[in-house]
Design a protein. Structure first.
Length: 166
């Protein structure tokens, strides 16, 4: 919202000028405001003292904060209805946080807080290399040589050039 050039004290002083007997058009011209602005101020601040205007401003700020808190609480309730808190695995929490982040356009921190997940677990990306071919070859060798243990199978895989932990 655009901040006014005039403070509450100045606005009330301008209104008092008009109440003292000056014409509205002259007051508006003198202070560089439009008629619409003057009448809007008169509707809002008419008959007020400076202390009343300050109190009104404080109440409006407090009201806006309370509205924001209420909106946040309602959004959290809607999100919790969508994603019931269960002791699911990390992948499910990661998916839930990503969904809330995209659908509700909220920060990742807020999404994690809403579903009760740790941000580090949501940000985690597995960096383990794909060892599918190694696993399948290990199963093949173990099926043929049933009496070999894991150490001997490891040696056989090393001889073939397949290593996991060099």
């Amino acid at each position: 919202m655009k901040r006014s050039r005039f403070s509450e004290e100045q606005i009330i002083a301008i209104l008092r000028e008009q109440e003292a007997g000056a014409k509205t058009i002259e007051v508006c011209r003198k202070h560089g405001i439009s008629d619409a602005t003057f009448y809007k101020w008169k509707a809002k601040y008419g008959g007020m003292e400076v202390s009343d205007a300050r109190r009104l401003k404080v109440l409006e700020e407090e009201n806006s904060k309370l509205k924001k808190l209420l909106a946040d609480a309602m959004l959290d309730n809607a999100m919790l209805r969508m994603w019931p808190q269960e002791n699911g695995d990390a992948a499910a929490r990661r998916e839930a946080a990503a969904h809330l982040h995209q659908v509700y356009r909220m920060s990742q921190r807020r999404a994690c807080q809403a579903i009760g997940a740790d941000r580090s677990s949501v940000r985690y990306r597995c960096r383990r290399p794909d060892d599918g071919p190694l696993r399948s070859r290990l199963r093949e060798i173990a099926a043929v040589r049933r009496r070999f243990g894991y150490r001997r199978l490891h040696i056989l895989l090393q001889r073939e050039g397949l290593t996991l932990n060099p």
